[in-house]
Design a protein around this ligand. Structure first.
Ligand SMILES: [Zn+2]
Length: 234
């Protein structure tokens, strides 16, 4: 898993391998039918509602983005594209729903550790609505700076002990996890704490990520594919 983000960067948006043809794009993952990642997903239900907020740059480039595949994997999820979500009605409907405890997955001094007793005491009898920014670090900060509704949210974060050694080795901070892996880590914690009863179904998220990485590495290793030249850029 340590090479996942690097591998995601192999396929550049201008690569002929993924050159867009609007007539033949998968509506879910926005990739060509030939390289559609949806076949790698195994959708499952969660108690937790996930809202993925995708920066338009991720929407267009999809290089390191796993947001769409995460959305496809989680039956109880939504994905919205934008930068300033202050007036976003569908998001605000979730944030104002009293049956949810909405939490923004983002680091910060006041962020509640996902595995903490505090998080579970705060939850009470509500369901979690986890808001995730699917963007580069700098784009995510901009989204947060512009979105007043997101600024007001309580935050949830990982602790280093929640993360795999690979992640710690490769990523400067937990918030640099790919969206699909971040969701997996959260669900693993929620499962452990009894918030979810998934019986291991969430492991399919990492299988999906593995399959995506394998696909991209295969493309990179094939000298007949134009993306082969990108291998040297890792
Ligand atoms: Zn697809």
């Amino acid at each position: 898993m340590s090479f996942s983000l690097a591998a995601m960067q192999l396929l550049q948006p201008d690569s002929p391998v993924i050159r867009r043809d609007c007539r033949d794009l998968c509506p879910d993952c926005n990739r060509s039918r030939q390289s559609c990642f949806c076949k790698y997903t195994q959708p499952f239900a969660t108690k937790t509602h996930f809202v993925i907020l995708m920066h338009p740059r991720e929407f267009k480039r999809q290089r390191v983005g796993t947001g769409r595949v995460t959305r496809k994997s989680l039956l109880n999820s939504q994905i919205f594209v934008g930068v300033d979500f202050t007036q976003h009605d569908a998001l605000n409907a979730v944030l104002n729903d009293a049956t949810y405890l909405p939490l923004l997955l983002f680091p910060g001094e006041t962020a509640i550790p996902a595995a903490s007793d505090e998080m579970h005491a705060t939850l009470q009898d509500r369901n979690l609505a986890i808001i995730i920014l699917d963007a580069t670090w700098s784009s995510a900060r901009k989204m947060l700076r512009l979105s007043e509704n997101l600024q007001k949210l309580k935050r949830i974060s990982f602790e280093p002990s929640d993360l795999s050694r690979f992640v710690i080795k490769r990523q400067p901070a937990a918030y640099c996890l790919s969206t699909i892996e971040a969701v997996y880590r959260l669900l693993e914690i929620f499962e452990r704490r009894g918030v979810e009863k998934l019986q291991g179904k969430h492991a399919t998220l990492m299988q999906t990520l593995d399959a995506m990485v394998d696909f991209q590495l295969r493309c990179a290793a094939d000298p007949n594919l134009p993306s082969h030249r990108l291998k040297s850029q890792i």
